[in-house]
Design a protein around this ligand. Structure first.
Ligand code: SAM
Length: 287
């Protein structure tokens, strides 16, 4: 099968099958081979790698992934794309396509059953309406992964890699950096997709850390502390944490912050991940 990464070939396939691209499902198909090469290089794919691709579309990126990796498991929600993928990927014997919503899958179980728990790389041009839930699902459900290399909206990439005291720093930055080291692979113009999306894009690599960046006694409590600290960005940490569902009053929060050597007048957006961990561990030890 001829490669799909061109406007001409993509239009030809779409026309042949009378396929109508769905905005609702975030269907913006890649038509630029250079960007695909940057994704492949950014993910440092070798013949030992097992890839999970979320949303293969008509199979454009999938073809290249299959050539570089040992196996590719592609998960596509849109059943109208399945007959197309059967044609476009027919020359590859190392690709399996699953017709499901990725958010409904027990991914950890899937990786254990299909790949004996071997660590996988997630590589995808993600549907932008569900970028964050998809990334967080792979991380929070502790799917054995080496890397997540994904095309996302530029603003999301900026939040994923943001550092304390910057405008993009928020609970998503902390949640992702707890598990991974983020690195921008490349910025991507709108013109490399059919149809052009309304937003700029970025390919980002989230390299899984061998151990989380900080030690926390209670992961759920840690995430609750982070969420509460960012809930009202203009409030002090003391106010944010004492008017949250952590169930602690001002006196208790004051004592906790003092024990962590954190000024209660600071705002959540200035805290490092280590400081969030210290607060969460201090709360879990008094309760
Ligand atoms: N990989 C193709 C490419 O680069 O040309 C298509 C990428 S397109 C941005 C996103 C793809 O994700 C679409 O094929 C869409 O149908 C699929 N998709 C959307 N939501 C999904 C979900 N919840 N689970 C699995 N696939 C999904």
């Amino acid at each position: 099968m001829e490669k799909l990464a061109s406007s001409k070939k993509t239009k030809e396939i779409v026309k042949k099958y009378g396929f109508r691209l769905s905005k609702k499902l975030g269907q913006n198909f890649l038509i630029d081979e250079n960007i695909i090469h940057k994704i492949i290089t950014g993910a440092e794919i070798t013949k030992d790698d097992i890839i999970i691709e979320v949303g293969p579309g008509i199979g454009t990126l999938t073809q290249y992934l299959a050539e570089e990796a040992s196996r590719v498991l592609a998960i596509e929600i849109d059943k109208k794309l399945i007959p197309i993928l059967e044609e476009t990927l027919k020359d590859y014997d190392n690709i399996e396509v699953i017709n499901k919503n990725v958010l409904d899958i027990n991914l950890k179980e899937l990786v254990v059953s299909k790949f004996k728990g071997q660590r996988v790389k997630v590589v995808a041009n993600l549907p932008y309406y569900v970028t964050t839930p998809i990334i967080m699902k792979f991380l929070e459900e502790e799917v054995p992964i080496k890397d997540i290399v994904v095309m996302v909206q530029k603003e999301v990439a900026d939040r994923l890699k943001a550092k304390p005291s910057t405008k993009d720093y928020g609970s998503l930055s902390v949640a992702v950096q707890y598990y991974c080291e983020p690195k921008i692979v490349t910025r991507v113009p709108k013109t490399v997709f059919i149809p052009n999306p309304n937003v700029e894009s970025t390919v980002i690599r989230l390299k899984a850390l061998d151990n989380p960046q900080v030690q926390v006694d209670d992961k759920k409590l840690f995430h609750n502390v982070v969420r509460a600290s960012f809930a009202k960005r203009r409030k002090t940490l003391l106010n944010s944490l004492s008017f949250s569902d952590l169930g602690l009053d001002k006196d208790q929060i004051n004592k906790i912050l003092k024990s962590c050597h954190i000024d209660p007048k600071r705002r959540g957006e200035s805290l490092t991940i280590e400081e969030f961990a210290a607060i969460a561990n201090s709360i879990s030890r008094i309760s």
